[in-house]
Design a protein around this ligand. Structure first.
Ligand SMILES: [Zn+2]
Length: 183
């Protein structure tokens, strides 16, 4: 152990070691994430299954960039829409706030945000999720959502999708703020 390491680093290393229980990251992923996927852990259902350590074909973006962070948020259904924990400064909202404003009760989640919300349709048209949905007409929204994050042509294509999802999310969050400041 290098005792010159800053304290914060050492603590973080120790925490990581505890989580990994002595396994390397890939072995942990195979054992833990696959396991959680099998018991239908909601937050893991869009993470790719890794069949064995070293198989790296499915984790498209492994670098730590803003895009990778956003992708991880959307793939774990944790993009800060206020349904799983409150948007900072607001109450927790299980229902889509823009739909509710229009008199409709729909649950808010990432699938509703990108593909279902009628109130956000102009954004869906502008940022391409409407066209993507039309291309997959007849498929349910959950499958479309899963496909959206997996059938991209290359990294540029994926980055475009990440940017679109991020923009639509920000439009929603701005609308939530406006709705609640007016009340
Ligand atoms: Zn909605």
């Amino acid at each position: 152990m290098n005792s010159n390491k800053p304290f914060g680093y050492r603590q973080r290393d120790q925490k990581l070691e505890r989580i990994l229980r002595g396994e390397d990251l890939e072995t942990w992923y195979v054992n833990d994430i696959n396991n959680r996927k099998q018991i239908n852990d909601y937050s893991c259902r869009f993470l790719p299954e890794k069949l064995y350590p070293g198989l790296d074909n499915q984790l498209a973006i492994t670098s730590y960039t803003e895009e990778a962070k956003i992708l991880a948020e959307f793939m774990t259904m944790n993009s800060g829409l206020g349904n799983r924990s409150p948007i900072k400064g607001y109450k927790q909202h299980k229902l889509c706030q823009v739909c509710q404003k229009a008199g409709q009760n729909n649950r808010i989640n990432e699938i509703h945000l990108l593909f279902e919300c009628v109130s956000l349709k102009p954004a869906h048209i502008k940022y391409g999720t409407q066209a993507y949905k039309q291309k997959n007409a007849g498929t349910d929204s959950q499958s479309i959502y899963k496909k959206y994050w997996s059938d991209y042509k290359d990294e540029n294509d994926l980055n475009e999708r990440i940017k679109s999802a991020d923009t639509i999310r920000n439009i929603y969050l701005d609308l939530v703020k406006r709705i609640h400041n007016r009340n």
